[in-house]
Design a binder for this molecule. Sequence first.
Ligand code: SF4
Length: 375
Amino acid sequence: LPGIYLHIPFCRKACSYCDFFFVTQLKRKGPLVEAMAAEIALRSGFAGGGPATSLYLGGGTPSLLGEAELRLLYEAVNQFFPLLADAEITLEANPDDLSPDYLRMLAATGVRRLSIGIQSWREEDLRAFNRSHSREQGFAAYAAARAAGFANISLDLMYGLPGLGLGGWEENLRITLDLRPEHLSVYALTVEEKTALAHQLRQGRVQIPEDESYAAQFLLAHERLTAAGYEHYELSNYALPGFRARHNSSYWQGQPYLGIGPSAHSFDGERRSWNAAHLEHYLRALGEGRLPPGGEEALGSRERYHEHLMTGLRTAEGASLALLEELLPGFAARFAPQIAQLSGQGLLRQDQGRLRLSPQGWLLSDAIIADFFIG
Ligand code: SF4
């Protein structure tokens, strides 16, 4: 089994833009970890079982887990899906949790890769978003992680923030490049319904930038980061050579993964399934020895075709023409005019049996991908 994802749905505070599933009642953390260990056991034969090549603790805020909780989850994973000796083991962390003692504990319990939610180096952005950390805590966390021996660190950054502007974004990139993390996830701020940010926007209390401003910031990141030696290997992801995220890459390559915890999704190679985003229902079901409520859908060739377009065209590897042709016989002939037009505009390239978007194409990827969809 390539990857296991553990969703830890707790946060200290709600960031204003976030629509992930999380709760702030930290006292439910212990019972949840026990329920997740039970879910791992119940899913032991998933996709044929067997060893796992990556483990990803995401959330929410996995850096709220204590040592005993982390060890319990590891033991459950290792019992049913033994982690290979060189498995990629990532933990998402918020800077304010990363004290030197906590980092030493993480390293001792087997975490090898840290993904730190920096988002911005500007104090005003962190405050505006109700982030739980300060700029200084961001720097301190990064230095402490290096001092604790972490040699594979990813930072999350966001662009398109209210009031950031091209100059502010350039400064955030410059500070980040001085630190030289092995990996960067660079996301555009999106306004999701039912978030505090959406509410502030409706009330006119914040303004988000125009599309052109997002585009300029995306292209500036591409230019600065690739010039500094980072590979822009997926729409939102950059890595120094040898440091692409293996766990996420397996999603994009359509390999099976098992997601554990409330709201987690899984894919066994044929069916996509998910757990309901509800903490109490999750705890109750596992307390009774049952799998948590959720849903599933089988992926037919039409869904797999759409899926390959959506994931493939967002990666530097591109989408495989042979696979698209297999999933949709006649693909090349049917879409030859679109492919020629997009190629002429410098948005798409066809080479070595693959279709790849250029950085300008990535900017328009939602619209371009939708053009290839079938009804
Ligand atoms: S810490 Fe992460 S998961 Fe939690 S609210 Fe903030 S962005 Fe969302």
